[in-house]
Every structure is written in C-alpha cells, then in structure tokens.
Design a protein around this ligand. Structure first.
Ligand SMILES: *[C@@H]1O[C@H](CO)[C@@H](O)[C@H](O)[C@H]1NC(C)=O
Ligand SMILES: *[C@@H]1O[C@H](CO)[C@@H](O)[C@H](O)[C@H]1NC(C)=O
Ligand SMILES: *[C@@H]1O[C@H](CO)[C@@H](O)[C@H](O)[C@H]1NC(C)=O
Ligand SMILES: *[C@@H]1O[C@H](CO)[C@@H](O)[C@H](O)[C@H]1NC(C)=O
Ligand SMILES: *[C@@H]1O[C@H](CO)[C@@H](O)[C@H](O)[C@H]1NC(C)=O
Ligand SMILES: *[C@@H]1O[C@H](CO)[C@@H](O)[C@H](O)[C@H]1NC(C)=O
Ligand SMILES: *[C@@H]1O[C@H](CO)[C@@H](O)[C@H](O)[C@H]1NC(C)=O
Ligand SMILES: *[C@@H]1O[C@H](CO)[C@@H](O)[C@H](O)[C@H]1NC(C)=O
Ligand SMILES: *[C@@H]1O[C@H](CO)[C@@H](O)[C@H](O)[C@H]1NC(C)=O
Ligand SMILES: CC(=O)N[C@H]1CO[C@H](CO)[C@@H](O)[C@@H]1O
Length: 490
C-alpha cells in the first residue's frame, strides 16, 4: 500500500478564486472561540442525516455530504432557519465532500463530524472494545479525518457517540480516550491546524458525570487523549417544560465546573408534537450560556422516528414542517450579541488532574492506563493514510436551489437562495431569510404540550455510530433517563 496522499488537483483547478466565509474555531477553556476575531461561538445547529443511519450504504456512492444539488437546497433552508452548524453521523471516506463542504462554508455553517459508522470495524464495540480497536478501524477513522480536516468550516470530530451506556464494559472509557488520542495525534501530524475532537454522550444520568470526568481530565504523562469538547444527547425537555422540570437546572449545576465546551449534541424531545422548542430561549439565555455552548436540534429531515423539521419528498421536493417554523421563530428571538460575548474566566480554565475521586459512583475501570496503539498505527499517523483528499473549500457559483419547496401552508416558497457570506462571518438567525410565499405561513403551534417531568425523556440514538431509526434499545435508554435527578455519590 502506498502511504501517501494525493490532493484532488483536478477539482481545485475548476475554481479560480477562494471564498473564505467562516474562520476556523478553536477551543479556549470552556468556550469555542473564533480564531480570527476572538468572539465566542455558540452552536445553533441541527443534525443532518437524510435517510437516517439505515440509509448509509458505502457502496452506493451517496452519503449526506456527497451531492451538491441536495446540499445547496438543504443549506439554503438551514440558513433561512438560522443555524450555524450541522452534525453529520455516517460518512463514506471514499466520496468527495468538497462541494457540500464549500456550500455549507459559503452559507456560514460549520460541520461537526462523527468518524464512525454502524458497519463492522467502523466503530468501537462497547462489549469488547479491545477487539474493535484495531488498525483496520483506525485507518478508516483517519480517512474520514483526511476527507474533512482541510476545510475551515470543520468545527470538530466526534471520536464516539453513546458508546458508554448500561451495556458497556468497564474498559470502554479508556478505549474512547485511546481513539481520541489517535485522532488528535493524526491531526497534529497531518493537518494544517488544530481541529477539536470530542465525545458525544448518551443521557444516562448515573454514568454521565463519570463519563465527562474520565474523558476531560488531564494526564501528566500524555495530553492527546483528553477530549476538547463534550456533547450530550439529551431529550429531557419535552413540550412546554421549564428549566426545573426538564432537569436542565441539574445539568447546569453538575457541569458548572467544566473546563471544556459542552453542548447538546442532540436535543429536541418529540413526545409532544408539534414541538414548541421552548428550551431554545433557555439554552441561549444567561441561565445556561455560562456552562453550555448551544446545541444541535435532532434533526433536519423527517425519518420514521418523527424528529424532522422538513420532509424530503421522493420526487425531490421539500415540504417544510411545522417544527421548522416553530424552531425558526424561537431562533429569531435570540439575542445573538449575548451569544458572541467572550468571558475571560471561562476561556482560561484548565482541566483537573485525572484521579479516582472523579469516577466515584461509576462502574468504570479505575485505571487511566490508556491502551497502546495497535501495530502499524504509528506509521499511519506519521506518513498519512493513502487516498485522494480535498485541499480546502472553494467558492460556489450556483446559489439558487432548483427544487420546489413547499411552506407549511402548502404554497410554494419562491426566491429561496443561499446567501454567500463575507469573510469571517457565520450564519445568524434572522439574517439571510430568503424565500417567501404569497401568504404568510401559519407557522404557529397553538399546541402547548403537557409539561414534562424530568423523568420523561426519549432518545432516538443509542449506538456508537449513528442516529438510529429502528431503535431496538429504546427501552434501556428510557430506563437510563428515568434516573434523571439522581445525584452522584462523591
Ligand atoms: C482558512 O482559514 C485561514 C485562517 O483564517 C485562512 O488563512 C485561509 O485562507 C482559509 N482557507 C480557505 C480555503 O478559506
Ligand atoms: C444529486 O441529486 C440530484 C437531486 O436529487 C439528482 O438529480 C442527481 O442525479 C444527484 N447527483 C448525483 C451525482 O448523484
Ligand atoms: C475487522 O478487522 C479485523 C482486524 O483487522 C479483521 O480481521 C476482520 O476481517 C475485519 N472484519 C470485517 C468485517 O471487515
Ligand atoms: C454500570 O452502572 C450502570 C448504572 O448504574 C448500570 O446500569 C449498568 O448495568 C452497570 N454496568 C455493569 C457492566 O455493571
Ligand atoms: C465545583 O467546584 C467547587 C469549588 O472547587 C466545588 O465546591 C463544587 O462542589 C464543584 N461542583 C461540582 C458539581 O463538582
Ligand atoms: C411531490 O411530492 C409531494 C409529496 O408527496 C407532493 O405533495 C407534491 O405535490 C409533489 N410535487 C411534484 C411537483 O410532483
Ligand atoms: C464566566 O465564566 C465563568 C467560568 O465558566 C462562569 O463561572 C461565569 O458565570 C461566567 N460569567 C458570565 C457573565 O457568563
Ligand atoms: C499515565 O498516568 C496515569 C495516571 O497517573 C497512569 O495511570 C498511567 O499508567 C500512566 N501511563 C503511562 C504509560 O505511564
Ligand atoms: C443580522 O442579525 C443581527 C442579529 O439579529 C442583526 O443585528 C443584524 O443587523 C443583521 N444583519 C442584517 C444584514 O440583517
Ligand atoms: C442579505 C443578508 O441579509 N445578508 C446577511 C447574512 O448574514 C450575515 C451575517 O449573519 C450578514 O452580515 C449579511 O448582511
């Protein structure tokens, strides 16, 4: 195997000028910060996985970021909604993602990418991580990195999603730190900038703080295995709940000493439908922004588990759903100036030292011995994995989606267009709101759901790698969520 990389020169030659749009983000203490102007960045995001994880088929030549025609349509609708970030779960490293990355970049939208997939050897096995932690797996992970690490709008990578839960063996946390270390070492060796790497946790409250502490504490003998940010998949705010009934107050308290950025890597309970998204103004208020850096609503497209903001029709058209209008209204009301305000205390925090006291109450292995790399992996890191990879984003020329989009009132949306943002800008709610209908879409949900208690929760994802549609482990997550409010024994 030839261990060198070739840039996609032909592709680069197609474009003569570059747009810069978003600036790379860096982690400073507990905040994401714009590397150019120093402002704080808070994630106003949506999960993007059209077709769900069952639609992921590496042989097909299609993944969520492979078709520019589709990405342009969706990026324009997301820009109109007001988002500045997407999370994409399942990616095929053999496909070229530069057109979609360039479109999202031009729209001022960052990408957070999972390096795993549900397929064999493409994620850690929570029952026997030592079996799945092998060089085939890591090679595939590094290929995903190569496919995205040259784009400025790559916000970060998730080294794992919900690997730790009630079924995981005590050694799993150490293996996640090992994968995180290998990813960060690869980026340090092969990328031109530092790209943050984090972990996305299931909201299993008895394990949550232990997971967070294990992943984010500092080791004196090695710095790469510490995560740079922590994502929490949380569905505890359902309907018209409150800061208290949702248990968000407990999360803010328990994470109050965080030294890294924390955000909801999925949120948006759908027990009450249509969703009213009353958690949005609270998440972006002073009640939560000292601890949280925003979150990603699950999810853009309607799939069998009913979390969609839009319906992607079989004939290529899109129907905007009521949840999209409701969410947009909540985003539009946010005080975006508040979100960008940096805080000198938060940006200068450093991690606590790893120690057994951080793991009290968990059944994790009490060791911070991080597994050594499988044979051959050092070489992959040093030389880079083979393959053809893009060198960066390019300017885009086409900004008008060709597909028909229907508003919630059934009328066609006219004038939908992607606004190419200027250098160093990312998208904000209330700006770049192209697309109108003859009649104002009715958009307002009159349904005010029953307030949920902190024990009601649901979660559509529970696998290491992917948002699932056929969620066979749904019950166990509900079981985990029933323990909301349980306080760790310290
Ligand atoms: C990426 O960001 C860096 C730093 O802001 C900038 O120098 C570079 O030109 C950008 N690259 C592209 C392709 O936008
Ligand atoms: C991209 O998607 C469009 C619209 O669905 C479709 O017509 C086109 O064939 C796709 N292109 C590729 C290369 O698959
Ligand atoms: C998974 O990786 C192992 C070790 O590298 C290899 O022996 C096995 O064939 C792989 N399995 C699949 C399904 O690719
Ligand atoms: C670990 O603890 C969790 C939460 O208390 C429990 O659900 C799970 O069964 C335990 N796992 C093992 C392997 O003991
Ligand atoms: C946060 O740190 C303070 C000061 O060290 C400590 O008193 C408090 O218990 C910590 N809170 C949590 C939830 O760990
Ligand atoms: C496309 O499909 C949607 C949903 O089935 C339907 O409402 C719409 O009329 C169709 N549009 C066209 C142009 O065929
Ligand atoms: C600034 O950050 C510190 C540390 O995270 C936090 O305790 C404090 O509440 C923050 N202040 C504001 C105004 O957000
Ligand atoms: C690194 O430090 C941790 C915590 O003190 C320890 O458990 C581990 O064995 C050390 N690792 C190595 C390779 O020395
Ligand atoms: C963009 O949105 C911000 C915040 O809502 C607002 O202050 C600014 O004026 C808007 N810019 C444009 C061009 O609409
Ligand atoms: C046309 C338009 O409204 N463009 C705005 C898009 O959003 C950016 C930043 O959010 C503004 O600077 C543009 O003026």
């Amino acid at each position: 195997m030839a261990l060198f990389k070739t840039a996609l020169l032909a592709l680069v030659a197609l474009f003569t000028s570059y747009t810069f749009a978003v600036s790379p983000l860096v982690v400073k203490g507990a905040d994401f910060v714009n590397s150019v102007d120093g402002t704080r960045f808070q994630i106003i995001g949506v999960a993007y996985q059209p077709g769900g994880s069952s639609g992921f088929d590496p042989g097909s030549g299609i993944d969520p970021l492979s078709n520019g025609t589709v990405c342009l349509r969706d990026a324009a609708l997301m820009q109109r909604l007001g988002v500045n970030a997407i999370r994409v779960y399942n990616l095929d490293p053999d496909l070229d993602h530069s057109e979609c990355a360039s479109i999202f970049n031009a729209a001022g939208i960052y990408m957070i990418l999972d390096v795993n997939s549900p397929l064999p050897n493409q994620s850690l096995n929570r029952g026997a991580p030592w079996e799945s932690y092998n060089s085939d797996y890591l090679q595939r992970v590094f290929q995903v990195l190569e496919g995205f690490m040259h784009f400025n709008n790559t916000l970060g990578f998730f080294s794992g999603n919900e690997v730790i839960n009630e079924d995981s063996v005590p050694q799993v946390p150490a293996y996640i730190r090992a994968v995180t270390r290998d990813i960060k070492d690869y980026i340090a060796a092969q990328a031109s900038r530092d790209i943050p790497v984090g972990y996305s946790a299931a909201d299993v409250r008895p394990l949550l703080m232990g997971t967070f502490n294990y992943m984010s504490c500092g080791l004196a003998n090695e710095t790469s295995s510490k995560i740079d940010f922590f994502g929490l998949n949380s569905y505890s705010w359902c309907g018209d709940a409150t800061f208290q009934t949702s248990g968000y107050d407990v999360l803010v308290e328990e994470f109050s000493n965080t030294t890294i950025p924390i955000f909801f890597s999925e949120y948006g309970c759908n027990n009450v439908s249509p969703r009213v998204f009353t958690e949005v103004p609270v998440l972006y208020s002073e009640q939560m922004t000292p601890v949280f850096s925003g979150g990603l609503i699950y999810e853009y497209s309607e799939e069998p588990n009913n979390y969609g903001l839009v319906n992607l029709n079989d004939n290529g058209t899109v129907s905007i759903l009521r949840d999209y209008d409701n969410l947009r209204k909540q985003y539009d009301a946010l005080d975006v100036a508040l979100l960008a305000r940096a805080n000198a205390t938060a940006t200068s925090l450093t991690a606590p030292a790893c120690g057994h006291s951080l793991l009290a109450g968990t059944n994790f292995s009490m060791s911070f011995d991080i597994p050594t790399r499988p044979n051959g992996v050092d070489d992959l890191i040093k030389k880079g994995v083979s393959g053809s990879y893009p060198t960066g984003t390019s300017s885009i020329t086409n900004t008008k989606p060709s597909q028909i989009v229907y508003a919630t009132n059934g009328q066609q949306l006219t004038g939908l267009e992607l606004t190419v943002l200027a250098n160093d800008e990312s998208n904000l709610p209330g700006n770049n709101t192209s697309g109108t209908t003859p009649e104002t879409p009715s958009g307002t949900a009159s349904t005010t759901g029953t307030a949920s208690t902190s024990s009601s929760s649901s979660s559509p994802t529970n696998t290491n790698a992917a948002a699932k549609v056929d969620d066979t482990k749904f019950g166990s997550l509900i079981f985990g969520a029933l323990t909301v409010g349980f306080l760790m024994q310290w």
